[in-house]
Design a protein around this ligand. Sequence first.
Ligand code: FDA
Length: 289
Amino acid sequence: MAASRNETVRHLVANAPISRDVVKRFVAGESTAEAVEVVRGLGLPVTLDYLGEDTRDEAQAERTVQAYLELLDALHAAGLAVNAEVSVKLSAVGQSLDEALALTNASRICAAAEQCGTTVTLDMEDHTTTDSTLRVLHELRRSWPWVGAVLQSYLHRTLDDCKALSGPGSRVRLVKGAYAEPAEVAIQDPSEVDLNYVRCLNVLLAGEGYPMFATHDPRLIEIIGERARWYDKTDFEYQMLYGIRTEEQRRLGTRVYVPYGEQWYGYLMRRLAERPANVTFFLRSLASR
Ligand code: FDA
């Protein structure tokens, strides 16, 4: 995780031509055109994430909005928009500058998505942003009831948030959570995080919304299948990250979260940190050229 914030490592990785293949395993490219090509090739439903996180710069937030508008146009023109929604980090469209600006910017992306016949899901970032993100979600859903949210099973609050968001029309992507969070707000024991995931998935499957189970965990995937049969629920989906368990993605027909854009470095380092085998894969590819 330290590498994701280390400028020397960033420079090394970004400038080694050999890294490109490895980056390509997890990131769809830097440009809109490359992202659209990957979507076309995958043949699975996707959600696209234009990479870029916290900005306090209004002009940068505007560039992110423009990137999403360009992407939605390109997906529509390619006839791919129906199966390709977008995921947006509010911090990338100005949340830490001004929540109202993030709401305005996210509204512009939602309006464009509606025109293209697709949807938007708000990513969830660290716990200091959860209340703000859910407030923005609430406002967006007044105009676009299909806007989705991500809830993280490692947070103590999430079971209650699942209950609040399990009503008709609601779209919730349930994940374990990817940020380093303190014990006051988050469960620290990984098996307890899994247990809370199961509690949350039960609430979402018993509810009237559309659950989106985003995990690569085979045990949880099996439980989701069993519980869905128990609740007789068929309107839900599985989701996984681009480049991870690709065979399983095809078997389950998952929606694939496809990141792209120039700011791929932090995202790649987080994926490598999550799984030692990915680091081995990365180092082997560096050594083999
Ligand atoms: P975990 O990492 O515990 O892995 C469980 C098991 O899955 C492993 O033991 C292994 O069997 C299998 N597995 C995992 N990685 C594998 C690999 N590379 N190859 C083979 N098997 C592998 N987080 C967040 O905080 N906010 C967000 O908005 C999002 N958004 C999001 C969207 C989507 C679509 C996904 C899939 C994930 C997110 N996340 C996220 C990230 C999420 O919180 C979490 O960090 C990762 O999904 C990893 O957690 P898993 O549930 O996969 O389990």
